[in-house]
Design a protein around this ligand. Structure first.
Ligand code: SAM
Length: 268
C-alpha cells in the first residue's frame, strides 16, 4: 500500500486525516498537549504575532547544510509540524522544491486546523493527526523524515525514534532539531521540570547521542548552536520572565542533526 492508500482508510475532518491511536489516552502526556494548545492559542492571538515560515526554516537548512532542493522528488514525512510546519517555508522559498509526496503530521493537527496560520500549509501537503509513536504507514515508506523541536515533547522518545526507524527507507535520512541543556545543569533537572513545564524531556547532548545510538541511528552531522543566538526574548514578557528567558537561553542549545539507520553505508 502506498502512503495515500493508507490514509484513505482513516477518518477525515475537513483537510485533516485522523488516526485514533491508543497513545492519545495517556493522561500524563495529555497534560503536555493541553499546555501546547494553550501556548499556540496565546501565541497566535498576540497582536504582534507575525509567523515567518521562511525565517523558521533558514537556520535548519544552514545547519543541515542542504538547500530546499534536497526534498524535490522525495516522499517526505514531517512529525510534530506545529500549526504551519517546515514546508510552508520551503513552499515560500521555491514551491517547485516541495516533495512529490508530503505528509505533515502532528498529534494536535485537528486543533491547528482551527487556527488562521494553518492556511500556510501548502495545498500539496497532506495533514495528519497522529502521534509520532504510532503512524499508519508500512515499513520503509519515506525517503526523508523531518522533526523539528519535537523529540523532547513526545510521550515516549524511544518509541518515537523506533517508529521513525521503521518508516524510513534503508537509504533514507532523518533530519531533526531539538533543544538540549548544557551538561552542568543536568543535576538541576527536577527544578527545570518545574520552571519549564512544557517539556516532558530535558536532554543533554550526551543523552541525545545515546538515545539515537540506542535506537539504531548513526549521526552523520550535527551542529550545536546556543539558543541566545537564535531566539529573541518576547517583548510582552514581564521583567521576571525576561530574566528567566535570558538565563535559559544561555543554558540551552539547539542541536541540529542528520541521522540514518545504522548499518547503511550510503552517505557521501
Ligand atoms: C514545540 S512544537 C514544535 C512545532 C514545530 N515543529 C516548530 O518547530 O515550530 C512541538 C510539536 O510537537 C507536537 N507533538 C508533541 N508530542 C507529539 C507526538 N507524540 N507525536 C507527534 N507530535 C507531537 C506538539 O503538538 C507540537 O505541535
Amino acid at each position: 500500500m502506498n502512503v495515500q492508500e493508507c490514509l484513505n482508510g482513516l477518518k477525515r475532518q475537513e483537510r485533516v486525516y485522523i488516526l485514533d491511536s491508543p497513545v492519545f489516552s495517556d493522561p500524563a502526556w495529555r497534560v503536555y498537549q493541553e499546555r501546547e494548545k494553550a501556548f499556540w492559542t496565546y501565541e497566535t492571538e498576540r497582536p504582534s504575532y507575525n509567523p515567518d515560515p521562511v525565517g523558521h526554516v533558514r537556520p535548519s537548512l544552514k545547519h543541515w547544510r542542504i538547500g530546499t532542493d534536497f526534498f524535490k522528488g522525495k516522499t517526505v514525512l514531517e512529525i510534530g509540524s506545529g500549526p504551519f510546519g517546515f514546508f510552508s517555508g520551503v513552499a515560500q522559498i521555491n514551491e517547485k522544491h516541495l516533495p512529490d509526496t508530503l505528509v505533515v503530521s502532528d498529534s494536535l493537527m485537528d486543533f491547528y486546523q482551527e487556527l488562521n496560520v494553518f492556511k500556510l500549509i501548502p495545498d500539496k501537503a497532506i495533514p495528519l493527526k497522529s502521534p509520532g509513536e504510532d503512524l499508519p504507514f508500512p515499513n520503509s515508506s519515506f525517503d526523508i523524515i523531518l522533526t523539528n523541536n519535537t523529540i523532547d515533547h513526545v510521550k515516549d522518545c524511544t518509541s518515537f525514534l523506533n517508529e521513525i526507524k521503521r518508516l524510513l527507507k534503508d537509504d533514507g535520512y532523518l533530519l531533526f532539531c531539538t533543544h538540549i541543556i548544557v551538561d552542568f545543569i543536568k543535576i538541576f533537572k527536577p527544578v527545570l521540570k518545574k520552571i519549564d513545564s512544557n517539556h516532558p524531556y530535558h536532554f543533554t547532548q550526551a543523552e541525545t547521542d545515546d538515545l539515537f545510538k540506542g535506537c539504531g541511528f548513526e549521526l552523520l552531522s550535527k551542529a550545536c548552536i546556543p539558543l541566545y543566538k537564535e531566539e529573541s526574548i518576547p517583548i510582552e514578557a514581564n521583567i521576571i520572565k525576561k530574566c528567566i528567558f535570558l538565563v535559559g537561553f544561555r543554558l540551552m542549545r539547539s542541536l541540529y542533526g542528520i541521522a540514518r539507520k545504522r548499518g547503511n553505508n550510503l552517505w557521501n
